[in-house]
Design a protein. Structure first.
Lengths: 350, 705
């Protein structure tokens, strides 16, 4: 058995750390602000946004983040912004009209501008190191409960995981596929989108996303887009380079790629989740050359678990033409890996 | 991204820092005052050091956390009635022995999974074998074959005795990102939940970390994260709780105790005693036995209806809940000690001690009836009162028991064949051995319809009985054997002489219910209480009738059979949902306060989506619902179909779904019948019509004994 813990070997070093800490406290050298001060400082840079909506299922409010003293605000692109006038309320109750500067449809990011000077703001230039376990505060206008000069609501938690976003809401598929921070506090609330994710030093590390369910598990996600990604979107918008929706959609979202085109005949799809057993293999196909056989059970395509026949076709569709294809199969109770060469094009051959 | 990855070197470094901080606080006494002087700053640093402590703890356990992938599992994801999402097959697991033993939940590897794969932290996939299941706690033991003497880390166990509410806990998993285990931090909320089988934390617990460990701040494993066992709080599954601040873990200490049995391939089942209680109020009512299943451990040990369980495993029992607290953690095959208090007629109560070995399952139970409908009077139906009165009254009066008057005899049933007629009074019941000689059990005096129901409910079909029946001034002895509950609606059911003009249509107002359901209420008295039928039609958006028109359809049949018909509307216009169940429960309560109702004749019915929902609502509300009619629909995928139990059986009416093939109807029927439910098939519905006469007559027939 392997046990952890090498403290004994490092006891000496630990004692030195203790002494160092003691000296540091004694000299009053600790730099950290208290959590209360951190929150108070950060909340000044988070704004409440009011716009279109109010119809069933759509809120007319969300949250924004001040990112320059000249009044630039980043938020999530949503129907709230489909209004002639967008109201922006600071934490001291000051109310501004906001204008939409631009949007980045791929990241679903929008930039607003309010006419103010010397406004408190976060810096997009910093990118603090964030790992699983980083303690966070999530600050947002959740459920619209903060009114007038009331400060936005603050929740606390840790970054639970870092993983590419793969989510949807109903028929709407989230176009952003980059990494997000999964949070362990419940931020999938009306009004939370556009909220600020800050670390316990008060630095901006992310922006809360809109309400989405994970494609894989169906659960509502609590997540935020990392600040580096927000900064990239903001710069693209400011440079007028933000992609338009038509050329930025993920290519194969919702599409399937039939494994038959690589010579693999899967068992017929009769159940809700048909296990991806191989029924037969076409002669002289990529699958035949790779040594696949009938009754092999596919368990992963290029490292991604495939729980069903449909998942195999989705995994293949998400690859690009020419990408190497690697299957993991179970044969006679053992794992076998097979290379199938390059994925053919999406276009069907006659 | 490189900054996600964390090297071993950093982990050790943070360990050092925490150790340092501990030395600072504990070891150097004089520092204490220094820390206090620099007050705010010390607490600020504490926040940062706490974060390091969380990471160190997580790093210690991380090596034992694996990802589980299930191939071909058809588990309904989560979200219950309204939104079912497909399960991904990705979940977490925990190494519990160095040579490849992995624990996970049955959520990760459901029974129908074709293949389970373990993805080790190294990224290597291994084929896993399902070795055994713990069906009481919803766990699965997997085995993988490690190559060349490789070993998996095994985490330390956090002892249950050391747990304290309020201590830090960290929930971990590998479903989100297999390379870096996920962390969610919270405190321990309770040390004893789900009748002793789980601890509770406010760390975020969801399908993203089910199967992973809940660890303490030292990195020791408290338990395996799991959905709440479905039998715990009337929930359909525990999975809906994921964003509620309520998470559960099965204590690892408990699992390690039975691990050798699981490793031998022995699946563990919840231990079953086989009794029904007189009251459904777990929290206040004493554990008085209402029925003992034939062939059950309780019956074999000689327990009888009327016995009060006063002690279990040496712990005093004053309420049913205390008995459950002792019973539920036990597995089948465990032996428990029970002390019951028994009162023979006119004698002081005496105590009997039994050693009972719990069973994994009971022989299929089917509701057996004699075919009589007892005279309806609300008072004796309340089992608590009947029991209390009985104990006080009998010794004082010293006379014979009151008996139960027969109101009607169902044709072609055992009672009818034996010559029982309306007006007879059944005063006692005596079981007979199969060869016809009386023996074994005593003559049991019958005090109330509920008591008679309990006695008959515990009997098997074909059990020979001798009834003492008072007819006029004569006492007759009637030999009779109960038969299976008929489902067909008898044609010559007695029709009440209620006046249709006295039947009112009104809304059942209840607190916190915005849209109170409509109800059709015939006149009622305590001598003639009403049956209850809750009918779920189309969800609000699809219903094309006005409320008045919907209610009018039911007026004649409801009056004829004395059935209160409740017509709820869905809260979400598109679909029936969980909140509608709560509204229905409140509506029934509201009705109960307005009209005398007969609890033995409460049924749910519905058409289309409402039909499937009627079944789920009946499952959620529990044994108070005695019949479910699913018209033009099928059993929903989320249906659990618990085996029928005395006091928890339902008659089921099915009619073919216009959207599903006939084999689904046959499959539903087979599934229900195997679970012991009497099933009747109605003719296909024509157009939009609802067979109100058949449904109300069927509700009337549910009260048969």
């Amino acid at each position: 058995m392997i046990y952890y813990g090498q403290q004994s070997q490092r006891g000496h070093e630990a004692l030195m750390v203790a002494v160092f800490c003691w000296i540091a406290f004694g000299m009053g050298a600790a730099q950290a602000a208290s959590p209360e001060e951190t929150i108070a400082g950060a909340a000044r840079k988070v704004v409440k946004l009011y716009g279109a909506g109010g119809v069933r299922g759509l809120e007319a409010y969300q949250t924004g983040i001040l990112i320059s003293a000249e009044g630039y605000v980043v938020t999530v692109m949503s129907t709230v912004l489909d209004a002639d006038e967008i109201d922006c309320v600071l934490d001291d109750g000051r109310r501004y009209k906001a204008t939409l500067t631009g949007v980045d449809p791929r990241r679903e990011l929008a930039v607003l501008r309010i006419e103010g000077e010397d406004l408190p703001s976060f810096s997009l230039q910093e990118s603090p190191r964030v790992t699983v376990g980083t303690r966070i505060f999530a600050m947002s206008n959740l459920f619209g409960v903060a009114v007038g000069d009331e400060r936005v609501s603050v929740q606390h938690g840790v970054v639970s995981g870092i993983v590419p976003l793969d989510a949807r809401r109903g028929a709407y598929e989230a176009p952003y596929r980059g990494d997000v921070y999964i949070l362990d506090c419940t931020t999938n609330n009306p009004g939370s989108p556009g909220g600020a994710l800050v670390d316990w030093h008060g630095r901006l590390i992310g922006m809360l996303g809109k309400e989405l369910r994970a494609n894989a598990s169906g659960i509502w996600l609590n997540y935020a887009m990392p600040i580096e990604e927000v900064a990239r979107g903001y710069e693209a918008i400011q440079a007028g380079q933000a992609a338009t929706p038509s050329d930025s959609q993920s290519p194969a979202v919702g599409m399937l790629f039939d494994a038959l085109r690589m010579g693999v005949v899967l068992v017929p799809d009769l159940l809700d989740k048909t296990p991806p057993f191989i029924e037969s293999i076409r002669k002289d196909s990529a699958a035949a050359k790779a040594g696949l056989r009938p009754d092999d059970l596919l368990v992963a395509v290029n490292g991604r678990a495939v729980a069903s026949r449909t998942a195999v076709q989705q995994a293949l569709a998400d690859l690009a033409e020419g990408d190497p294809v690697r299957f993991v199969i179970v044969r006679d109770g053992a794992i076998v890996e097979c290379d199938l060469g390059q994925r053919p094009s999406d276009a069907r051959k006659p | 991204m490189s900054w996600i990855d964390r090297s071993r070197g950093e982990m050790s470094r943070s360990e050092v820092w925490v150790t340092g901080l501990m030395l600072l606080c504990c070891g150097i006494g004089t520092t204490q005052s220094t820390v206090c002087v620099s007050g705010a700053r010390a607490s600020d640093t504490l926040a940062i050091e706490e974060e390091s402590a969380f990471r160190v703890a997580a790093d210690r356990a991380a090596g034992a956390v694996v990802r589980i992938e299930a191939i071909g599992a058809s588990a309904d994801g989560i979200g219950g009635v309204a939104e079912a999402a497909p399960a991904t097959g990705s979940s977490s697991g925990l190494s519990v022995a160095a040579n490849g033993w992995i624990l996970t939940t049955s959520f990760a590897v459901p029974k129908d999974a074709t293949q389970a794969i373990v993805l080790l932290p190294s990224g290597m996939r291994q084929v896993a074998r399902v070795v055994a299941r713990d069906l009481s706690r919803g766990l699965v033991l997997l085995k993988i074959d490690l190559q060349d003497g490789a070993e998996l880390p095994v985490p330390a166990v956090s002892p249950r005795s050391e747990l304290a509410v309020g201590q830090w806990t960290i929930a971990m998993g590998r479903a989100i990102n297999h390379a870096v285990p996920s962390m969610a931090v919270g405190i321990l909320s309770a040390t004893n939940r789900a009748w002793g089988r789980a601890v509770q934390s406010d760390a975020s617990v969801s399908p993203a970390n089910y199967g992973g460990p809940l660890i303490d701040i030292q990195g020791r494993v408290i338990g395996i994260l799991a959905p709440l066992p479905a039998d715990t709080a009337g929930m359909m599954t525990g999975t809906e709780l994921y964003d509620s601040g309520i998470g559960f873990a099965v204590p690892l200490e408990d699992v390690m105790r039975v691990l050798p049995r699981l490793q031998q391939g022995e699946s563990l089942f919840p231990g079953i005693l086989g009794i029904g209680y007189q009251s459904r109020d777990l929290m206040t009512a004493p554990a008085v036995v209402a029925s003992c299943r034939a062939g059950s451990p309780a019956a074999q040990a000689g327990l009888r209806p009327g016995d009060t369980i006063v002690e279990a495993d040496g712990r005093p029992v004053t309420r049913i809940a205390e008995l459950r607290q002792v019973l539920v953690p036990h597995y089948a095959g465990d032996t428990i000690d029970l002390v019951v208090e028994r009162r023979a007629d006119n004698a002081a109560p005496h105590r009997i001690t039994s050693h009972i070995t719990l069973a994994a399952s009971l022989p299929p139970w089917r509701r057996a009836v004699l075919g009589i409908v007892p005279s309806r009077s609300v008072r004796p139906q309340s089992t608590d009162e009947g029991d209390r009165e009985g104990h006080q009254r009998n010794p004082k009066r010293g006379g014979p028991s009151k008996g139960v008057t027969v109101a009607w005899v169902w044709p072609d049933t055992p009672a009818a064949k034996a010559g029982v007629i309306a007006g007879d009074v059944i005063v006692s019941i005596e079981e007979q051995s199969p060869d016809g000689r009386a023996g074994g059990t005593e003559k049991v005096p019958v005090d109330s319809a509920a008591m008679l129901a309990g006695l008959i409910g515990g009997m098997e079909i074909g059990q020979r009985l001798r009834l003492s029946v008072l007819r006029g001034k004569e006492t007759l002895l009637v030999e009779v054997a109960p038969a299976a509950m008929p489902v067909a609606v008898p044609e010559n059911m007695p029709i009440s002489d209620r006046d249709v003009n006295q039947t009112t249509i009104q809304r059942l107002e209840a607190p916190e219910v915005a849209k109170p359901p409509l109800a059709v209420l015939p006149a009622a008295s305590s001598e003639q209480p009403l049956g209850v039928l809750v009918f779920f039609g189309m969800p609000a958006a699809a219903a094309d009738q006005t409320d008045a028109a919907r209610a009018a359809v039911w007026k004649a049949a409801a009056t004829r059979y004395g059935v209160a018909v409740i017509l709820p509307g869905s809260n979400d216009p598109q679909r029936w949902g969980r909140e509608d169940m709560a509204h229905v429960a409140r509506a029934i309560e509201s009705l109960r306060s307005q009209r005398p109702i007969d609890p033995s004749r409460v049924a749910f019915a519905g058409r289309g989506a409402g039909g499937s929902f009627a079944w789920l609502a009946a499952e959620a509300i529990g044994p108070a619902v005695h019949g479910v009619a699913i018209l033009d629909a099928t059993l929903p995928r989320q249906a659990i179909v618990e085996p029928a139990e005395p006091g928890g059986s339902r008659s089921v009416l099915l009619s073919r779904s216009s959207t599903q093939p006939v084999p689904k109807l046959d499959a539903d029927r087979k599934r229900l019948e195997e679970a012991g439910y009497p099933v009747g098939i109605l003719p296909d519905l024509v157009g939009d019509s609802i067979p109100t006469e058949i449904l109300c007559g069927w509700v009337e027939s549910l009260g048969v004994l």
